[in-house]
Design a protein around this ligand. Structure first.
Ligand SMILES: Nc1ncnc2c1ncn2[C@@H]1O[C@H](COP(=O)(O)OP(=O)(O)O)[C@@H](O)[C@H]1O
Ligand SMILES: [Mg+2]
Length: 308
């Protein structure tokens, strides 16, 4: 019965903890503050009393500041250039939450570009159903102290939906979709439910202001700096493949060295450079620093995602 009701709405529903997912989360470089913040926000929603207990412990009363946490929309926006870890983090942080809270977390992924807009009314129906399903699986926890499970609703490529309602070329049907999204978020904010809604977008400024305003936090993702590129490269090629000195040359080559203003994105390294190096060498050759350097020199950084 459950399978039927989610069919065609979510890509797949994943349950955490999951050790493969933990490995993916741990491998993400340079995102520690976003990881901490998202995990903390989730724990607060799963155990609302934890914030109150903390306040009592430190101030012997309920801090007035805590009032602002009531009815706070459970919406988080991950925004920034392509290949910077938005989807990867959104898909994996639930595992860290599940381990910390000691309860299962379910991830419901709604990928909007993957399914297209379809027939009139389709987008609105899709959004409403998605929120409805997540809500029904996350009973309100006011009164009791903690939830027995948590839900994450992931809306990836959210610009496909949450485009500004002011935008002139926006079809009436899309507006209805945005309105359904806003209703869904507001509805979740009303009850204390163990739910987090995470939206990813490459184009933050295309998002509807009414959606942006509801975000409890917006995180901007950027391309890796030299130190971060070094870590990702080192994770792929240990010292027996590439010395420290040679790695420094690769780090430099993967920076903004052709004057375009951008260096390699994380995914330019993990999904283009590293596989190309391996495939150049396989099956008859070994990997040398020279090979890595020559492949890096031939690889162009993905152009920055234009806000237009
Ligand atoms: N911060 C990061 N640390 C390490 N690898 C990363 C990081 N961000 C992205 N990657 C690599 O790039 C791939 C694509 O990242 P993804 O999350 O899909 O990017 P996007 O921001 O476009 O959603 C990931 O699967 C991973 O291999
Ligand atoms: Mg993505």
């Amino acid at each position: 019965m459950e399978k039927n009701s989610t069919e065609g709405i979510f890509d797949e529903v994943l349950e955490f903890p999951d050790s493969d997912v933990k490995r993916r989360f741990d491998r993400l470089v340079g995102l520690d503050s976003v990881k901490d913040r998202l995990t903390k926000e989730a724990l607060m929603r799963l155990q609302p009393s934890s914030l109150e207990n903390w306040s009592q412990q430190h101030f012997k009363e309920s801090l007035p500041a805590l009032r602002y946490f009531q009815r706070r929309p459970p919406l988080f926006i991950l925004a920034g250039d392509v290949g910077t870890g938005k989807t990867e983090l959104a898909e994996t942080f639930g595992d860290a939450v599940a381990r910390k809270a000691g309860i299962p977390i379910l991830l419901h992924s709604l990928s909007l570009t993957a399914r297209g807009t379809g027939a009139v009314g389709e987008m609105t129906r899709l959004i409403s159903s998605a929120f409805g399903i997540v809500k029904s699986q996350a009973p309100s926890i006011s009164g009791s102290t903690s939830a027995s499970s948590g839900q994450i609703l992931l809306i990836d490529e959210a610009d496909a939906l949450a485009q500004s309602r002011e935008s002139a070329q926006m079809h009436h049907e899309d507006r209805a979709g945005v309105n359904a999204l806003i209703r869904g978020i507001d509805d979740l904010a009303e009850g204390q439910r163990p739910v987090l809604v995470v939206m990813c977008t490459n184009r933050l400024r295309a998002l509807d202001p009414a959606v942006m305003r509801r975000a409890a936090a917006t995180f901007e993702f950027t391309r890796p700096n030299a130190d971060q590129r070094r870590i990702v490269l080192r994770n792929a090629f240990p010292e027996y493949v590439c010395s420290e000195a040679d790695l420094s040359r690769v780090v430099e080559l993967t920076g903004d060295c052709d004057g375009t203003g951008v260096g390699f994105s994380f995914s330019d390294i993990t999904q283009r450079l590293v596989p190309s190096v391996v495939l150049e060498a396989f099956p008859d050759r070994t990997i040398t620093s020279e090979l890595i350097l020559s492949v890096a020199a031939q690889t162009k950084a993905t152009p920055a995602f234009s806000e237009q």
